[in-house]
Design a binder for this molecule. Structure first.
Ligand code: NDP
Length: 293
């Protein structure tokens, strides 16, 4: 008998999660603040709950996916008694500290808490491209529910620190946002000369892919070994080239607000004597000294 699951929060992601559970044959109870959003899921066999409490008590496994963890806290604080003895999987985006705080709150009330980070957009849920990061003090509970959670996406357990899933999630998304902002700026620059984005796209895609393929493992090697000297591309040469970018943006009439901060970091790296080092050195320079704002 497939495990009954409750899903609290039926936004774009919560709806995709509940749909995947239904598709895998799990009895699903759904609740959303705006009740009308339960309609399509109910039409596909989900049970609508009138209250959060009714939703929680319908299943041993409760998944929550709201906009923020502030919302999760205010929604669940009055429902601790109903949650006691159940497993709560929080797939809301948040910080490691928020996850640890929710885990402490749950542990003090007999609730098994698992935090998660979804590495997918709603359309990827229940496809092989999606995975979800999980962490929490009770790995056994995770293993018990893993077969159910695998209906959503592949599962990656990242440890007993409840904040670990959020840490991995935010780190991966940081890499993504950096890349996305580069793509945003590249289209702005090429577009300023009237080149259609569609024409430029294959070149950009191939270039970004080739660069990240080499850079990601190469930088890891340098960081873990502490060997930052490079025969690829030195900070000195990058520092010398960056003004060309900023000037070209200005001359093309586009903003340099995304890239201007790089100048300060490159200048700082060279001033500190790292001109011959590779870009990996910048990672070490991002670390703030104790007490630095
Ligand atoms: P949506 O904006 O589509 O949905 C937000 C949901 O949160 C709605 O169900 C909304 O209810 C509910 N909600 C917000 N505040 C409260 C509250 N105080 N009390 C009760 N319910 C509340 O967002 P998504 O579904 O896209 O995202 C949900 C989470 O999933 C976010 O943390 C997001 O970062 C994460 N995520 C999303 C991804 C995506 O591609 N969409 C990818 C990976 C993670 P109502 O309908 O009543 O407004």
């Amino acid at each position: 008998m497939p495990t009954p699951v409750t899903v609290l929060g039926l936004g774009l992601m919560g709806t995709a999660l509940a749909s995947a559970l239904l598709k895998a044959g799990h009895p699903a109870t759904v609740w959303n603040r705006t009740a009308a959003k339960t309609g399509p899921l109910v039409a596909r066999g989900a049970a609508p709950a009138g209250t959060v409490r009714d939703a929680i008590t319908a299943s041993p496994l409760v998944i929550v996916c709201l906009t923020t963890n502030d919302g999760v806290r205010s929604l669940l604080a009055p429902e601790a008694e109903a949650l006691a003895g159940r497993t709560l999987v929080n797939l809301t985006n948040g910080t490691p500290a928020q996850a640890r705080e929710l885990a402490d709150w749950a542990a003090a009330r007999g609730i098994t808490y698992i935090d998660g980070g979804i590495m997918a957009i709603p359309q990827m849920i229940a496809t092989p491209a999606a995975y979800i990061l999980y962490s929490g003090a009770n790995e056994t509970a995770f293993e018990t529910h893993r077969p159910t959670l695998e209906a959503l996406a592949a599962s990656k357990w990242v440890g007993k620190d409840p904040g670990a899933a959020a840490l991995y999630d935010l780190s991966l998304l940081t890499g993504m946002y950096g890349m996305v902002m580069g793509v945003v700026q590249a289209y702005a620059l090429i577009g300023s000369a009237g080149v259609p984005a569609r024409e430029f796209a294959p070149l950009l895609r191939e270039w970004v892919g080739a660069m990240t393929d080499g850079l990601v493992p190469g930088m890891a090697e340098a960081l873990d070994s502490g060997q930052h000297l490079t025969d690829v591309s030195s900070l000195g040469i990058n520092q010398a080239a960056l003004p060309n970018f900023l000037t070209a943006y200005a001359q093309a009439g586009i903003s340099d607000e995304l890239f201007r901060p790089l100048q300060g970091l490159l200048d700082r790296s060279v001033a500190a004597g790292h001109a011959a080092d590779g870009l990996s050195r910048l990672t070490t320079l991002l670390k703030k000294e104790q007490g630095q704002g």
